[in-house]
Design a protein around this ligand. Structure first.
Ligand SMILES: [Zn+2]
Ligand SMILES: [Zn+2]
Length: 80
């Protein structure tokens, strides 16, 4: 018996804004750049973890998990 946790999870779940905590980050015209429409902060999705220095492969920008370091879980979003 499996419940439908996987299917009910949105594939486009957004990461919360590191500044205001609201899930209003939107991609901009520039690749790897996002802007929070709530607090109007701009962020850059970096490929190297600012916390532990681990280099990450960015596979899918739409997935929240891909915006976190796979080693330490730090956010890969940096203020831009
Ligand atoms: Zn914000
Ligand atoms: Zn890290």
């Amino acid at each position: 018996m499996s419940d439908s946790v996987e299917s009910s999870r949105s594939p486009l779940k957004r990461a919360p804004c590191p500044n205001c905590g609201e899930p209003w980050l939107r991609p901009t015209q520039l690749p790897g750049r996002l802007r929070c429409v709530n607090c109007l902060s701009r962020f850059e999705l970096v490929s190297q973890c600012p916390n532990c220095g681990e280099h990450q492969t960015i596979l899918r920008m739409s997935n929240t998990e891909d915006m976190q370091c796979q080693s330490c879980g730090a956010s890969m979003l940096q203020p831009a």
